[in-house]
Write a protein that binds this ligand. Structure first.
Ligand SMILES: *Cc1c(COP(=O)(O)O)cnc(C)c1O
Length: 231
């Protein structure tokens, strides 16, 4: 424990306070927003202070990195909930279902099928989000907005998968609130309760638009090394 205002623990507490304040100003229960601490590219020395502070919900964007980091930490700290927030290849579905409690990046039938098969094989239920490419950016992961309801039907009716909600990453150069409002409306139309949206730069805006899961990395852990892969 430390009182250093720049320590990871005080940054974590600060993010939690800002989430609670944003929820309160939006007339929401602060407990309805889950902080997913995105620890990608950071090692144990950065993650352990967050675990010691009592936080248990973390996110990674790469299956292999999670495999290297988390099994040992899970043994030491009970109750960890691990979220995959990065793109998933179907040949990594086995590892992903084994390692993660939630997957935020279901964006096509092939991935949904691979995840459904692994959940059945492993007898494990993983919380699932459909990632929507709200900015319709060609290079970005996510299902096109107009294809979302069809993918949802495939998941539910053909694969028997429960989908908890929707996730998005707004384009860098656009007002994020527009995308959060859009995702929130789409989720409501589809009858989905969870919204994974908001990162370090915009999580308070996301909370105002109804985020139930905010994914915050650098605001807690500091800047990532330059060589770390993009989201
Ligand atoms: C890295 C990442 C985050 C966290 O980004 P920060 O800006 O560091 O908070 C959130 N979501 C996804 C999908 C990411 O890849």
């Amino acid at each position: 424990m430390t009182d250093d205002p720049h320590s990871i623990q005080s940054r974590l507490a600060d993010v939690a306070r800002r989430i609670a304040a944003a929820a309160q100003s939006a007339g929401r229960d602060p407990a309805s927003v889950l902080l997913v601490a995105i620890s990608k590219s950071f090692g144990e020395e950065a993650i352990i202070p967050v675990l010691e502070a009592g936080h248990r919900t973390f996110g990674e964007n790469r299956v292999q990195e999670a495999r290297a980091k988390w099994p040992a930490l899970r043994e030491r700290y009970p109750g960890i909930e691990l979220h995959l927030v990065g793109a998933l290849q179907s040949n990594k579905a086995r590892d992903a279902v084994e390692l993660f409690d939630a997957i935020h990046s279901i964006d096509r039938g092939k991935i949904a099928t691979a995840v459904a098969e692994e959940m059945a094989r492993q007898g494990k239920v993983v919380k699932l989000f459909i990632q929507v490419n709200t900015g319709e950016e060609p290079q970005k992961a996510g299902v096109a907005p107009r294809e979302t309801s069809r993918l949802l039907r495939t998941c539910r009716d053909e694969l028997g998968l429960a989908i908890a909600g929707l996730m998005c990453i707004p384009p860098h150069d656009e007002e994020p609130g527009v995308h959060f409002a859009f995702l929130s409306k789409l989720a409501a139309e589809l009858g989905l309760g969870c919204l994974s949206m908001g990162m370090s730069a915009d999580f308070e805006t996301a909370v105002a638009f109804g985020a139930t899961h905010v994914r915050v990395g650098s605001e807690i852990f500091g800047l990532r090394p330059l060589h770390s892969p993009p989201a």
